[in-house]
Ligand binder design. Structure first.
Ligand SMILES: *Cc1c(COP(=O)(O)O)cnc(C)c1O
Length: 404
């Protein structure tokens, strides 16, 4: 018999997951034992659906949570793409790269899959690669959609791999102009930036995750939203999934035949614990206020960015929940060693997951002065251990003054 598994408390200071709020954990642990059709569980799901519409800034009826992680929501989103559909995919980092793979799998014919089962290359999916560290611009999207005239276009809103914000307005405008339906990976932006998806009618499908901006428990519910037009396509063409079929998955959230109903109907066995924790995470976010939260992220990221710059690092990201940096010249090449040392001490920062190797420090749910100063202090100590020279106390004092 193994000993009972004990997992220590660490500081999750990476791109996600963020440290779960005690209120969310409490809601999870204190939910009563109830099945997936119990009245309060169903009421909770309907309330979550309504709160999610506020979080997304949408009137889309088909707005709900997909059981699982961000990739579950994205699987549901990409599932509207059928074999042979023409898709243009914009890739500027690890995650949009994986989205591209998922989309190529969906758009493949059996022959495409047989030719390369784990990495199919259907000719009907066109990938536009934008270098790591750069954003996808409206001009890039416009040029590609004008040339290829696809049925679908895909982009990550915020590419967490390289920490870059992509041009959602430009993407939207090009989709409208060229009559493509946009699909957007909003895993890293939802709950961080203050935006309304209804302002981007060129995007038909949005997908996010539980544990980044929403700060729900990982593996609970990943938010998605579909316009009526996107749902109409799924309704008329179908999709190759029961579990992640948006029309069927929405039933349990009280969405039936395009309309809200009082209580959901069975799709698969949901968890009252997961529903309770997700509900509390959404309440926390709306309590804080989307605009206030976005402003807090921007303010904290700025202070962290300036502190690591004062330590000699070069910041190449522009997201407000994450700083992606190159170490100063004499430490370059030792990124993984630095990150490994931090992680061994419970300071959970991350390297980039694809080339080039950079360091990523995130501030999800760390929007207090104490938390930001703690992150700056720990990172400074780790850099000094590796031989970097700077005045740590002065950098912390300056950050402290800015956070007042
Ligand atoms: C984190 C992330 C994902 C994957 O989310 P999981 O919850 O790990 O499945 C996908 N896309 C982007 C942009 C992300 O940041």
């Amino acid at each position: 018999m193994f000993d009972k598994l004990v997992i220590p408390d660490t500081l999750a200071a990476g791109p996600g997951p963020g440290n779960t709020d005690p209120r969310v954990l409490e809601a999870f642990a204190s939910a009563g034992v109830a099945d997936h059709m119990q009245a309060d569980v169903l009421r909770g799901m309907v309330e979550c659906k309504k709160m999610l519409r506020e979080v997304f800034g949408t009137k889309n009826t088909y707005t709900f949570g997909v059981g699982g992680t961000g990739w579950s929501a994205l699987d549901c989103a990409h599932g509207a793409i059928l074999p042979g559909d023409k898709v243009v995919v914009f890739v500027n980092g690890t995650f949009s790269g994986i989205d591209g793979l998922s989309i190529r799998m969906k758009a493949s014919t059996p022959a495409d899959l047989a030719a390369n089962p784990l990495d199919p290359q259907p000719a009907n999916v066109i990938t536009v690669n934008v270098p790591h560290g750069e954003s996808v611009t409206g001009e890039i999207v416009e040029a590609a959609l004008a040339e290829h005239k696809p049925m679908w276009a895909f982009m990550a809103h915020w590419e967490t791999g390289s920490g870059r914000i992509n041009d959602i307005q430009g993407f939207n405008d090009a989709c409208l102009k060229h009559d493509a339906i946009g699909i957007v990976d909003a895993v890293s932006s939802l709950g961080i930036e203050n935006f309304n998806i209804d302002d981007y009618p060129g995007v038909g499908i949005w997908a996010s995750c539980p544990q980044k901006g929403i700060l729900a428990l990982p593996l609970t519910y990943a938010p998605v939203s579909f316009t009526d037009k996107a749902i109409e396509l799924v309704k008329t063409r179908g999709c190759y999934s029961f579990v992640h079929n948006p029309i069927l998955e929405a039933r349990h959230w009280g969405i039936l035949d395009g309309k809200d109903v009082d209580a959901g109907t069975y799709h698969r066995t949901h968890s009252g614990y997961a529903v309770a924790s997700f509900h509390e995470a959404l309440r926390l976010l709306l309590d804080h206020g989307r605009a206030q939260k976005a402003a807090d992220y921007a303010a904290c990221e700025k202070v962290l960015r300036e502190a690591v710059q004062a330590m000699g690092c070069e910041v190449t990201s522009n997201m407000t929940s994450l700083v992606v940096l190159n170490l100063p010249g004499d430490l370059a090449g030792r990124e993984k060693e630095l990150v490994g040392g931090c992680r061994a001490e419970g300071f959970g920062i991350w390297p980039t997951l694809s080339e080039p190797v950079q360091v990523r420090i995130g501030i999800l749910n760390q929007l207090t002065k104490e938390a930001i100063l703690d992150i700056i202090g720990r990172f400074a100590t780790a850099m000094q251990k590796m031989g970097a020279e700077f005045d740590k106390e002065a950098i912390i004092a300056e950050a402290d003054a800015k956070l007042n």
